[in-house]
Design a protein around this ligand. Structure first.
Ligand code: DGL
Length: 266
């Protein structure tokens, strides 16, 4: 494996930039290829088999781009695939989210907001209970928050209303930890923090994931040794909303995005 090869980051859409941002903070000299399947987003309402098929296509495409590792930023993908099937160094957000939640909670009462597919897979619920069998996990699917982000935001009041509606589920459940189990949600963090009780720790799994990637690369002598990190964005759908959301979140007004046709993945 070439340690100077890029790191591939896969998400169903723009949400994975919340993972990219964390990686850029601690591994700024790496090269990254971000792949957002913006034509087929949302994945959250799709069956497992379809998500596996899409992931296979994207991973194969990234392998041709000579990536040294793939970061599955998308919780929904992680809840649908077996990472061992892919014959490439792969990191997943879900394990990082599970560990972060277990570390963050004091009372063992944890809320998880995610997509329908992630909730139905019970990947968070089972993973958290594996590490802390006394934990109580309360899950809620919030697909409407994915659309708000993908569509390039609405006005603040309607975002607030949607976030409130989604998190109301947890009122009275005495949770002390809320996991953002979908990569799109950290983009709405200011709204989420306004709504949840201030004794609740809001967990963004991307933080631990980025540290795990760094630790692995360092320990296995896989850190790039050339200077100057490069960033490429590939999307399958329209570029405009992606540029708007990613540019705002990354505070970079000049992101270069290439649209590729689904046929190129086949
Ligand atoms: N970004 C994805 C996740 O982390 C899912 C959004 C979607 O495509 O429904 O789960």
């Amino acid at each position: 494996m070439d340690k100077n090869g890029p790191i591939g980051i896969i998400d169903s859409g723009v949400g994975g930039i919340t993972v990219l941002k964390r990686l850029l903070e601690i591994l700024p000299e790496e090269d990254y290829i971000y792949f957002g399947d913006t034509l087929r987003v949302p994945y959250g309402n799709r069956p497992k088999e379809e998500i596996e098929k899409f992931t296979r296509e994207i991973v194969n495409y990234l392998k041709k781009q000579k990536v040294k590792a793939v970061v599955i930023a998308c919780n929904t993908i992680c809840s649908s695939i077996n990472k061992n099937d892919y014959e490439i160094l792969m990191f997943g957000i879900l394990e990082a989210g599970i560990k972060s939640a277990v570390e963050a909670t004091s009372n063992g009462r944890i809320g998880v907001i995610a997509t329908k597919r992630t909730v139905e897979s019970e990947a968070y619920l089972k993973g958290i209970k594996r590490l802390n069998r006394n934990a109580m996990v309360f899950q809620k699917a919030c697909p409407e928050l994915v659309l708000i982000v993908e569509n390039g935001f609405y006005e603040a009041s309607s975002i607030y209303t949607a976030v409130k509606k989604c998190t109301e589920e947890f009122l009275g459940k005495d949770i002390d930890t809320l996991v953002l189990g979908c990569t799109h949600f950290p983009i709405l963090l200011p709204f989420i923090e306004r709504v949840v009780d201030n004794k609740v720790t809001v967990v963004d799994p991307a933080i631990k994931l980025a540290h795990e990637v760094k630790k692995y690369l360092v320990e296995n002598n896989l850190v790039k040794d050339k200077k100057g990190g490069q960033l490429r964005f590939l999307v399958t759908g329209e570029k405009e909303n992606f540029i708007k959301v990613a540019g705002t979140f990354l505070n970079d007004k000049h992101i270069d995005v290439l649209r590729i046709a689904i046929e190129e993945l086949k």
